[in-house]
Ligand binder design. Structure first.
Ligand SMILES: *Cc1c(COP(=O)(O)O)cnc(C)c1O
Length: 376
């Protein structure tokens, strides 16, 4: 059994996918070219954003957003401690200071009460200038952007939505990757919509920022790529990846997003009475980048993982080390007791296999194995 079965997906999409890839090869337009524009238009239309800039990874997408806002040394950027390293890494890459915020135990997303506390503490310390809130749509569930937006307005901060795992999620009718002043996603193969390598995108309704990001992602280009008006980077998306994504987006919109929601609903139905299953608040819709259970403690978690492994059921721990305990951030000298919920989650979470092609037979086998272990 696969944790996220990309092989079966390829088998289903094979004819269309092979043609899309070979068409790019035959065209010779490997870098930039018409496929990139086509992909950017399709993805912007899907999420209903005015601008989409395709780039080389979800990490670069975040970095490009911070560059557009000129986030730099002396700036504070608020980011959840329970996330993938890249969400926080990009802040340090810009020379700014990450301020780690705890998360909500039910949604795994940034805790707005702690966010406000950390902003107040930063202002009181008077050393850093609060600039940006990075809110992550962890495991596919959009963060509480209504509350986040209120805080952003109160303190005059930008909101950057890290939608690397959130593509396809919604709050009401509004789609993920439109909740930030700038929003980003990742097309790493295992994300809700993945390409066949690295890829990412930046979304915004702001034409000025979109133009800056367009420039930064191609060596700070001005009127053309040999006219360089700012220090940028090389973060173009490959044309082949754009072609792959156009095929993947179609399948995602037509059935995959609904199918994965059926899997998660079935998991929850079968597991909710014996273990803490993921909570999707009223009006929210998840794209289920992960389906993550919480058990009592680390021993039970590790025991469950071993028991499932013995039955050839792959699982994953997202994430075993919260940001405020990462060695790379030792230089910040942060207080260890800063994010207790993140600490607790790091010890108690376990993610089950989930993807749109997971059969009911496999779902049942997985649920039975989880139940057997936890009720034994
Ligand atoms: C995957 C991920 C990223 C980085 O995306 P890459 O495409 O791997 O660079 C950033 N943030 C979160 C929350 C992610 O899950």
């Amino acid at each position: 059994m696969q944790f996220r079965d990309l092989k079966t997906q390829y088998t289903v999409l094979k004819d269309e996918m092979d043609k899309a890839i070979l068409d790019v090869v035959a065209s010779g337009a490997f870098v930039m070219g018409p496929k990139i524009k086509e992909m950017e238009t399709a993805f912007a239309e899907y999420v209903e954003a005015k601008h989409c800039v395709a780039c080389n990874s979800g990490t670069d997408a975040l970095l490009l957003a911070l560059k557009a806002w000129d986030v730099k040394e002396g700036d504070a950027v608020f980011v959840p401690s329970f996330t993938f390293f890249a969400s926080a890494e990009v802040i340090a890459m810009q020379g700014a200071t990450p301020v780690f915020v705890d998360v909500d135990r039910d949604t795994f997303n940034i805790c707005v009460a702690d966010l406000e506390r950390k902003i107040e503490q930063t202002l009181k310390a008077g050393k850093l200038k609060p600039r940006v809130i990075i809110a992550v749509d962890l495991f596919g569930l959009p963060a509480d952007f209504k509350a986040i937006r209120k805080i952003a307005e109160k303190y005059n901060l930008y909101v950057l939505e890290d939608g690397a795992q959130g593509f396809g999620g919604r709050i009401g009718e509004q789609k993920a990757c439109t909740f930030g002043d700038i929003s980003t996603t990742s097309f790493f193969p295992a994300k809700p919509v993945g390409c066949y390598g690295d890829g990412g995108a930046v979304f915004t309704d702001n034409a000025e920022w979109a133009a800056l990001i367009e420039s930064y992602h191609i060596h700070g280009k001005g009127s053309d790529r040999y006219d360089n008006v700012r220090i940028g980077m090389n973060s173009r998306m490959d044309s082949i990846q754009a072609a792959v994504l156009l095929v993947k987006l179609k399948a995602f919109a037509e059935h995959e997003l609904e199918d994965i929601n059926k899997v998660s609903a079935r998991y929850t139905e079968k597991l909710k009475d014996i273990v803490k299953t993921p909570i999707v608040p009223e009006g929210f819709y998840s794209s289920w980048a992960q389906y993550t259970l919480q058990v009592e403690n680390k021993e039970v978690r590790n025991g469950l993982q071993a028991a499932l492994k013995a039955l050839d059921i792959p699982t994953a721990i997202y994430y075993p080390i919260p940001m405020h305990r990462q060695t790379a951030f030792n230089y910040l000298n942060i207080n260890d007791n800063l994010c207790p919920v993140s600490d607790q989650l790091a010890d108690t979470v376990i993610s089950l296999p989930i993807h749109p092609y997971l059969t009911e037979k496999d779902q049942d086998m997985i649920c039975e194995a989880v139940c057997n272990y936890l009720t034994k």
